[in-house]
Every structure is written in structure tokens, then in C-alpha cells.
Write a protein that binds this ligand. Sequence first.
Ligand code: ZN
Length: 429
Amino acid sequence: MRALFLIMVLLGTLWSAERHFGFYELKGKEAGSLLFIIGGVHGDEPGGYFAPALITQHYRLQKGSLWVVPNLNFDSIVENRRGIYGDMNRKFASIKRDDKDYEIVKDIKKLILDSKVDFVINLHDGHGFYRSSWENSIFNPKAWGQAYIIDQKNISDVKFGNLDEIASKISRNLNQNLSKDHHSFNIKNTNTQFKDEEMQTSLTYFAITNLKPALAIETSKNISELDQKVFYQLQSIEELMKIMGIEYERDFELTLQEIDRLLEEHGEMSLNGHITLPLEGIRSTLRFVPMLPKGNSFSFSHPLGAIKERADHYEVMIGNRSIAKLYPQRFSGSCAAKGAEVIVDGVSQRVAWGERLLVKERFLVKEQAGVRVNVIGLVTSGRDSQDEVEVKKGMIASRFSLDEKERRYRVEFYSEEGFCGMITAWFEP
Ligand SMILES: [Zn+2]
């Protein structure tokens, strides 16, 4: 019995995707409609997943609710490919049990069908610029970019079922505020039930055949700037929220410059619970990062944070963007210590592994029995451990900083048998 269970678990692992999507709920104090935002069904369409990632981080609701899945096809996002197991958006009519996308499609369908959901949007970057008549190979009826895609004009007797009217209203408002005239949005009705057999297998068609109003928002692959695509995606979503009576606020101004700044905020990564790496401005390569021989656990504050395991290193990803390469040094032994006592600018503090130390001028790590201290980039002579040494920024070789700006440094702790933990010293600029 137990062996059978084990075999099933193993097969389950072989069959399912490596990374599952994240799910976020934003809820206002006042009850209202629920909009379900799904990003990242296609891994090479970053406008479709960085926009919802910003919503989870920077929006608050007053009225109504949002459900947000920013990274539906996470395995394909980190590879920057449409679908590494095939096109996920063609698996919503039927999917084989041994398809690697099976669990993900099953789970998202269940969420879409939830009785609380009033409207579903699926976010993409499509080819070209959709136009109802042929202009050239980029601007034409076969293109998908800069369009709201509906499967039919309306779903009768369903709240928000007037898809064509809703999409028209969104596009009218968007088209008043374009960065460039040719970015204008149009409505593409695929008439899925009668004309488009392929689209009958899509996420939005699954939704509308189950009486859930849905549309796809497509920015263009031919717009290369990510901030521009995210700008249009967010604007479109905000227009839809207004139509649905969902009230929100965001902690930034909706401009390209602000979006640009937010796209560089990568948050932090926790490794095995005893190292925290700030990812903003991190060096592209870090060496001798203390790790376990296997079974390392990584967690991210950013919804698109992920690790790609390579032959000799680990690549830190935020969506499809490679942020840093970590080269490990392996330790198997254990350590009983949970933190250290540090005197920072004359004040004594107790610091747990993974925490940061804000330093104006100097710090000194107190001696701890059985624990060796190593400030990476600090050279001292005499003792093996660098405790009881007053450390100033100028004493540490700056090329060992964690960040490009040379302000953050690694303070590592070791026992006889292995690695204990790291704290990071952050010097004031
Ligand atoms: Zn797409």
C-alpha cells in the first residue's frame, strides 16, 4: 500500500509542472463585484505578467475584490517561451491526465467557476496591431496586438455579459491617452462558437461557455518597451474596474517613469531561512553562497521570483528576466546558533539569521562560543574568527559587496561542522 502511494507520488511529480501559479486576493472593506485577473498563460508575453504582478504589490481595494494569478504558466515564464509543454491556452476544452499542464489547468478552471467570480480577464502580448481592415503585414485583421478579444458580442442574462459594449468603452477611454497614435486599441471579436474552432479550446471561451464574462487584453509584441506594455495593461484593467464599480487606490502615479522604477524593484530572496539576499541592484554574479548539498529552499517577496537550477549554479529570475547567478559552496553540517549579538554604532543588538543591520559607521560582532565570524571581503590577521573586530566600510574590499552600489556586505557565521547563517550589513550612503 505504502509502496503504491510512493509510486503515485513519484508519477505525479513527473507529470506535473515544476512551478505552480501564485494566487492573490485583494479585498475592499465594502462588498462589490469580483474581477479575476489571470496573467502569464503565455511565457513570452511579459506585459501580461508584470502588470498583474504590480497589482498584487501596489494596489489596495476599497470596494469589491480582485483575484490575481500573475504567473499562470510559470515554468514557461522563466524560460521566456510561449509554452514549454505546448500552448496552455489550447488546453481548456480537454487536457490529458499526463499533460504537464494538467494540474495547473484543472486548478485555474476551478477558480474561474467559483460562484464569487463576476468577470475574468486573460492578459497577453500579441503579434502586430489588430485592425479591422488590411493595412500591411503588421497592421491587419490577423494581428492580435493592441486589442480586446471577445469570443462573442454578449452573453444573455448575465451581469457584465455585454462584452462588446464593455470592450468598446475601455478602448474609447484608452485611445484618448496613447503614447503613440498607432498604439490605438480595437476590438477583435473572434466569433468563437461559429468561426474559430481553435479558440474554442481557450481560457476565455471556457469561461463564457460557463456563463462567466471574459475577455483577453492584448498589448503588442511589436512594442518592445516593457513599461509601455504594462502601462496599457494597467490602464485597461483600471477602466474595467471602473465599469464594474470596483474602487481601488495605488501607491504610485500611473506614468511610464513610475512603472519603470517599480519594474526594477525585485524585493528579496530567502535561502533555507538563514540567508536573505536583497535583489535590488544585486551583482550579476555571487560566489561561495553557502548552500546545502541538496534540497535548498528558496522563497521570494516578488510574485514572479523563481530559481532556475543550472549545472554549477542557480539563476535568480524575476519573470523572464535573469537577475543574478549564485555559485554555491556546499555545507552539510548543522549549527545550533540562531543569531548573533552585534554592536552597531555603539548600540548592542540581537540579530537573527537573515536580518539586515543598518550601519552608519561601524559594527562589531560579539564573540560566541563555537561560532566563527567571516565578514566577506574583510582581511584581518591573527585570529581565524572576525568577532570582536570593529569594522568600518572602508576596511572591506568593495568588490565583495552584494550590490553594485557597494553598500551591502555579507557577514557569515560558521560552526565546527558547517554553516550557521548570514546577516547583511547595510551601510548608509
Ligand atoms: Zn498570448
